[in-house]
Write a protein that binds this ligand. Structure first.
Ligand SMILES: *[C@@H]1O[C@H](CO)[C@@H](O)[C@H](O)[C@H]1NC(C)=O
Ligand SMILES: *[C@@H]1O[C@H](CO)[C@@H](O)[C@H](O)[C@H]1NC(C)=O
Ligand SMILES: *[C@@H]1O[C@H](CO)[C@@H](O)[C@H](O)[C@H]1NC(C)=O
Length: 203
């Protein structure tokens, strides 16, 4: 059954809108070495994931269909707790030697009001597992320690798809901007990509 809500499965659901429906089992393989890579086309003054969080206390272990996650991380982005955080997400698929945009993209004007929202794409594999009470601190309060429970992310999912195979290499690009109370954008933007390959299970 389709139960694992994840960024990529939502993406695939969207791509999969169509008539002829069949069930295929897919695996999403994250790139092992570095899950969060630098943006291919970073905005000016941008920092990568390491400008947002110190993740040196987080460990990710790949184990078949699962990624086992444990540890904690600290917000380090030099912005103010009163800043509004805007998020933009774009997804690309690698085709014929180029990264081509898919139609899955969105902008969130106030990320902080939604960071812990149970309907968000990232909830099941990230914020649901933050166990200390730091909900009011969002990601705009440098020095905040966010503690994760130990959990597994199931990266295998069934999906009803139509038409061409969804297998392939994908990149999800996330950009965070901070806007101060006078509505001015802070000088630094956070930009990082998560890359992974969707493979069809041979079963
Ligand atoms: C944070 O993570 C480190 C490394 O995994 C661990 O040693 C430490 O106990 C953790 N701290 C808390 C408060 O969970
Ligand atoms: C790592 O974990 C230790 C122990 O809980 C904590 O004191 C430290 O602040 C953490 N460092 C980061 C960068 O999260
Ligand atoms: C992972 O999710 C898939 C799809 O929902 C499911 O078929 C599979 O049984 C799950 N794996 C485990 C070990 O729970």
């Amino acid at each position: 059954m389709y139960s694992q809500r994840s960024l990529i499965s939502n993406l695939l659901l969207l791509i999969a809108l169509g008539e002829q429906v069949r069930a295929v089992k897919y695996d999403y393989l994250l790139e092992y070495e570095e899950i969060f890579v630098d943006c291919r086309e970073p905005p000016e003054n941008s920092l990568n994931i390491h400008g947002l969080f110190d993740i040196s206390n987080v460990s990710l272990n790949f184990n078949g269909d699962f990624v086992h996650v444990t540890g904690n991380f600290t917000s380090i982005w030099d912005v103010e707790p009163t800043d509004r955080i805007a998020l933009s997400v774009q997804t690309f698929q690698y085709k014929r030697g180029n990264w081509e945009p898919t139609f899955f993209s969105y902008n969130i004007g106030d990320f902080c009001s939604r960071m812990y929202g149970p309907d968000e794409h990232w909830y099941d594999f990230w914020t649901k597992h933050i166990i200390n009470d730091v909900k009011s601190k969002c990601i705009n309060t440098p020095g905040t320690l966010l503690i994760l429970e130990e959990y597994d992310v199931n990266v295998s999912f069934d999906i009803r798809v139509a038409g061409p195979s969804l297998a392939g290499l994908y990149a999800i690009v996330a950009k965070f901007e901070a806007i101060d109370k006078y509505n001015r954008k802070r000088p630094t933007t956070i930009c990082f990509e998560v890359r992974g390959e969707v493979v069809k299970k041979s079963k």
